[in-house]
Ligand binder design. Sequence first.
Ligand code: AMP
Length: 113
Amino acid sequence: MKEKSIFSQIIDREIPANIIFEDDTCIIIEDISPQAPIHYLAIPKREIKGISDLSDTDHGVIDHLMIAIKNEMSKEGIKDYRLVINNGSEAGQTVFHLHIHVLANRTLGWPPG
Ligand code: AMP
């Protein structure tokens, strides 16, 4: 049987996390190793490994996450934030369950490292 990702284990309440928002198709949690004062991860409940693994029938997955992020940041009154998706290990991906990093409340340099 396929091993569940760490994020699926969080979604299934098998391991703890600070859950900021949840609906039927996604969850937003606090990153365990924050790189900014606000560092959330927006994660689809369905286990898709990464952007490269999206298929033509996955329209809606990313927009759903984007709207959930926008609503949460708007609720928290945060206007400026950076969204990051690492796709593949050379790009920095360490958890192979699609997620969008949300970073805020500090000045973020460009280009990123
Ligand atoms: P990435 O390197 O883009 O795959 O991002 C994975 C992120 O997941 C990293 O920023 C980790 O700090 C975070 N992470 C790993 N395990 C956990 C966990 N149990 N709870 C919350 N965040 C986690």
